[in-house]
Design a protein around this ligand. Sequence first.
Ligand SMILES: NC(=O)C1=CN([C@@H]2O[C@H](COP(=O)(O)OP(=O)(O)OC[C@H]3O[C@@H](n4cnc5c(N)ncnc54)[C@H](O)[C@@H]3O)[C@@H](O)[C@H]2O)C=CC1
Ligand SMILES: O=C(O)[C@H]1O[C@H](OP(=O)(O)OP(=O)(O)OC[C@H]2O[C@@H](n3ccc(=O)[nH]c3=O)[C@H](O)[C@@H]2O)[C@H](O)[C@@H](O)[C@@H]1O
Length: 459
Amino acid sequence: MKVTKICCIGAGYVGGPTMAVIAKKNPNIKVTIVDINQARIDAWNDSDVSKLPIYEPGLADIVEETRGKNLFFSTEIDKAIDESEMIFISVNTPTKTYGKGKGMAADLKYVELCARNIAEVAKTDKIVVEKSTLPVRTAQAIKSILDNTGSDVNFEILSNPEFLAEGTAIQDLLNPDRVLIGGESEDAIESLASIYGSWVSQAQILRTNVWSSELSKLTANAFLAQRISSINAISELCEKTEANVNEVAKAIGMDSRIGSKFLKSSVGFGGSCFQKDILNLVYIARSYNLQAVADYWEQVIILNDHQKRRFADNLISTLYNTVSGKKIGFLGWAFKKDTNDTRESAAIYVADHLLNEQANIAVYDPKVSNEKMQSDLNYLNTRAEDENSKLMHATESPYDALKDAHAVAIMTEWDEFKTYDWKRIYTEMKKPAFIFDGRNILNKSEMEKIGFEYSSIGQ
Ligand SMILES: NC(=O)C1=CN([C@@H]2O[C@H](COP(=O)(O)OP(=O)(O)OC[C@H]3O[C@@H](n4cnc5c(N)ncnc54)[C@H](O)[C@@H]3O)[C@@H](O)[C@H]2O)C=CC1
Ligand SMILES: O=C(O)[C@H]1O[C@H](OP(=O)(O)OP(=O)(O)OC[C@H]2O[C@@H](n3ccc(=O)[nH]c3=O)[C@H](O)[C@@H]2O)[C@H](O)[C@@H](O)[C@@H]1O
């Protein structure tokens, strides 16, 4: 089928950038991104592209180039479904917070709502593409909903998981390692492959069955996160043995069988997906009674929680076993650099732990507002909201966050942190002035020369 109109349900971190790139590379296809969130759609339509709801390097330029030509943002979901031949489902699939599978399984209610919406509205044949990350065998449920409408509309379901990482989404989309399409109908698979074919070589477009495609996405995230937990486990051992985790990572990464990527030790991985997807994998394994498999992958999460906790504990014990009433300056709140996304950021959990010890925290992040930080903390429900806002606040400048602080905690690896006037920061902090570098971005000997007590991960 030659596709001329596409719609994407879900204008989030995946739907927005992915469809913007598809629109840019396929000027003859009309791409409409729809969402139930009016404020989000309004922000996508803002004439000032610096106000787009998502900060992602290179995204604003592509939106400016394509919006209003062949890329549209709207809340008219039914209309977009009706007129499109291909519909991507790119809604959120968070960890369930209630009922069976609470805290482990993926909450598929938004995906199911989309399927029901499509089933209700569609009058012509559609290709429905799972873009969201879904438990293996979800396509079966979607198919069952779509095939029970009583109409004779034909639905083909494809799985096309997204592998972009935030902060590099546009580059990842423009130069993907591979595009994965799982499906049954060759015609449907080739319709989608031809859209990617506008800029991705056919050799990089992998065709599989639906279940392999669904499971590959969870597996990819589990393997990536496992590397981080593996190197973080070694970081703790380095700290006891005077080995240096950066040196170990370099030494093992040069083995081409291991490879050098995703071996950066840190305060712990965050982001909306690693934890959620591994918990989901663990849940699926348990639901098939595969205890050993479930326990194996669960350890990746256990180690990550341990890494965040031990960073906070180390800060407290170094500050003479108390942070009560002490100002701690945080550099960074986002879960990684070059994004305004804070979901599951290690900073949230470290802050929460320090606030339990009655610390005062001032945070500077170049892209995250005070409002967002407060809502992240409030979401944990550890203490009253007014207490959170009394104990923690964001500052306009990094120097305000660090003035009179007992310690700096570097939570995100924003490049600009390396360029600060660290001599000035040292002068303005309480002494001894401690740095806890959760991202290993500063130079230990330079910081010690200035006078700081510097500690980092795995060194
Ligand atoms: N964030 C990331 O980097 C990546 C995310 N993924 C997966 O992609 C999916 C989406 O993730 P994000 O874009 O980060 O989520 P998001 O939360 O940023 O965006 C999802 C959007 O879907 C909308 N939505 C929910 N239900 C809807 C409905 N019934 N009708 C219309 N709109 C609806 C929400 O209002 C929201 O704007 C998830 O399954 C995630 O696991 C996959 C790869 C990368
Ligand atoms: O499914 C998803 O959502 C996406 O999840 C990750 O992307 P993302 O979470 O955006 O960002 P990553 O670069 O993977 O970083 C995740 C976390 O791991 C941390 N990290 C990463 C790499 C590393 O070596 N060390 C490390 O601590 C980062 O700081 C961050 O907190 C995957 O990299 C993407 O391929 C995938 O599509």
